[in-house]
Design a protein around this ligand. Structure first.
Ligand SMILES: Cc1cc2nc3c(=O)[nH]c(=O)nc-3n(C[C@H](O)[C@H](O)[C@H](O)COP(=O)(O)OP(=O)(O)OC[C@H]3O[C@@H](n4cnc5c(N)ncnc54)[C@H](O)[C@@H]3O)c2cc1C
Length: 171
């Protein structure tokens, strides 16, 4: 009789323990889901892990890169000294060398060989980059961008504007 009672209580406690285990597992799964949800959708995770949320293709990369190049030219000194001119020349060569699209990198490198960068001043640099851009446009069958007034091109790429949000010291 005593053994039967023990057996009954053992079974009863085991069932209770199993119930507890199920509850803990559900709570843990809930916590994991909330963490996953926050990481997937929070602004912070999007900003710190862009490659997880934004697809990079040749066009997106191209548009962003042209923005960088044209904006850099629009902010380049009007009268840079010799050292700055050399640094810009090196920068453009390195930019082409490490551009993460083989076809585009080869195109820019070949273009630079035949048309060395003009780094004497803002207008000259913007004109050189815009001619390179037009060369790529021609290759892709796109229309030529009007370069008859280079100050307009500089203006379009923010020469007269600050680009930083509050708290950033750059112009
Ligand atoms: C160095 C480099 C080489 C590339 N080579 C290739 C390649 O070999 N094959 C390929 O498929 N893609 C290449 N790309 C990408 C390609 O040039 C485009 O960026 C892409 O096709 C998207 O084009 P888009 O029509 O959105 O405008 P984009 O050509 O990216 O131009 C963006 C904006 O710049 C302005 N703009 C256009 N032309 C000029 C200009 N001449 N001067 C000033 N502003 C201008 C316009 O307002 C335009 O909306 C290259 C990009 C770079 C940076």
């Amino acid at each position: 009789m005593e053994n039967l009672k023990d057996a009954f209580y053992d079974t009863f406690e085991e069932a209770g323990a199993n119930e507890n285990l199920t509850s803990y597992a559900l709570i843990a799964a809930g916590i994991l889901f909330v963490i996953w949800f926050i990481l997937k959708y929070s602004e912070r995770s999007k900003m710190s892990l862009p490659w997880k949320s934004e697809k990079v293709d040749i066009s997106t990369l191209g548009r962003s890169s042209w923005m960088l190049l044209h904006t850099t030219a629009a902010k380049y000194p009007v009268h840079p000294d010799g050292n700055v001119q050399k640094q810009m020349n090196d920068y453009l060569h390195l930019f082409a060398q490490f551009y993460p699209c083989r076809e585009c990198s080869d195109h820019m490198t070949t273009y630079m060989h035949q048309n060395p960068p003009k780094t004497q001043g803002r207008d000259a640099l913007q004109y050189w980059i815009s001619k390179l851009h037009n060369d790529v446009n021609a290759k892709l069958g796109k229309k030529q961008y009007d370069l008859s007034d280079i100050s307009k091109v500089n203006k379009r790429w923010g020469a007269d504007e600050g680009i930083c949000k509050k708290g950033c010291n750059a112009t």
